[in-house]
Design a protein around this ligand. Structure first.
Ligand SMILES: *[C@@H]1O[C@H](CO)[C@@H](O)[C@H](O)[C@H]1NC(C)=O
Length: 359
């Protein structure tokens, strides 16, 4: 007589197989949950192809839900009141869109955050800190006399390399609008610097744009940057410095969707932005996929500077031929472009109205 009856043996085998199937099924459904979490991190998930190329360690952390977002920050720098206002407007957007990384504002140490101080600067700083969860870091504005005054203080941006309390920061120019969060950029493979191309510049050699820079702060890189500033020629500003230092080692962030300029909607030539000459330019589609939009419309002034109606009239995007009606009444690009300036003005107004009762 065998130790175990064939019947019992068969029952045991079937039970084991069943247990194995259930275990496998559970493992799979966990994986699915992790993947949907990944989509969530990518914002609305419709152009989230960045993470799939990301470092496997980041992917593992995403999957396990163990990302420590406080190691990352969106960073802005401020040199004067107008730009402080712009920065607070961007932080308002990040707060509204519930971005996950920290928010850091480098502001001139001459500004005060004292409750007693009722200057515009002081109120805006407190508002950023208290309502938009912004960490405030006082700094000395880095400047150089001579040259173009618009850019003379742009070196200050490079102090982001000194924010070594973070593993990675995303520096955004504040004369811009954020259309979608960009948290996924913090999970890209390690590199000192990542930047998009200045796709609108038609040089023989591609130039990197410093409007959006992904930085791994470090003492070593900060020293390199500071040395480059002190030996820079009078025509070299932040963009030249980062290009000189990093053009051959930075990884290139796709300018589509991370670095759209408003002037694209006035342009008649879109293949540089699109990345190919076959795809149809569709202003609504491009707006929908874009994440970061920079105001750049020379000779139309920056959106907080009053523009004469004749400049707007003369420089706004034209209406295109409507293939259905046969008239030039396709004004989608114009409507979208005017909408950028309108949206900026409304947010600016909102901030200055609220600023008067901020404490
Ligand atoms: C760089 O960071 C250190 C540590 O926070 C600080 O002491 C120093 O003043 C910073 N340097 C500049 C130029 O801001």
């Amino acid at each position: 007589m065998p130790l175990v009856s064939p019947k019992l043996l068969r029952a045991t085998v079937i039970a084991l197989v069943l247990i194995l199937i259930v275990a496998l099924w559970q493992f799979q459904s966990n994986t699915f949950q992790q993947l949907s979490h990944l989509n969530h991190i990518n914002g609305n998930g419709d152009n989230g192809n960045i993470n799939e190329n990301g470092a496997s360690s980041s992917l593992t952390a995403v999957a396990a839900g163990t990302i420590d977002w406080s190691r990352f920050a969106y960073v802005q720098y401020v040199t004067n009141t107008a730009y402080l206002c712009n920065s607070v407007m961007l932080f308002e957007i990040l707060n509204r869109l519930q971005s996950k990384a920290d928010r850091l504002l480098m502001y001139p140490s001459s500004f005060s955050v004292d409750t007693e101080d009722d200057s515009t600067e002081s109120k805006l700083l407190r508002k950023a800190r208290d309502e938009y969860k912004v960490k405030l870091v006082p700094i000395l504005v880095q400047s150089r006399s001579g040259g173009d005054s618009t850019w003379a203080e742009s070196y200050t941006k490079l102090l982001a390399f000194n924010q070594t309390q973070y593993d990675r920061v995303l520096s955004l120019d504040s004369d811009s609008t954020i259309l979608q969060t960009m948290d996924e950029l913090f999970l890209l493979p390690s590199a000192p610097v990542g930047m998009p191309r200045a796709y609108w510049l038609n040089f023989a050699e591609p130039v990197l744009s410093s409007q959006l820079v992904l930085i791994q702060p470090s003492e070593f890189e900060f020293k390199r940057v500071m040395d480059a500033i002190s030996s820079a020629s009078s025509r070299d500003y932040d963009m030249e410095i980062v290009n000189n230092l990093y053009k051959d080692s930075a990884f290139i962030l796709p300018h589509r969707p991370y670095n759209l300029i408003t002037g694209e909607f006035r342009s008649k030539q879109h293949s540089d932005y699109m990345g190919n000459s076959e795809e149809q330019w569709d202003p609504e589609k491009i707006l929908h996929e874009a994440k970061f939009l920079h105001f750049s419309d020379w000779p139309v002034p920056k959106p907080w500077v009053p523009a004469s109606p004749s400049v707007i009239q003369g420089k706004q995007p034209t209406c295109d031929m409507n293939l259905v009606t046969g008239h030039e009444d396709n004004c989608r690009a114009r409507d979208i472009w005017l909408g950028f300036y309108d949206d900026f003005a409304r947010r600016r107004m909102y901030l200055s109205e609220r600023e008067s009762d901020a404490r």
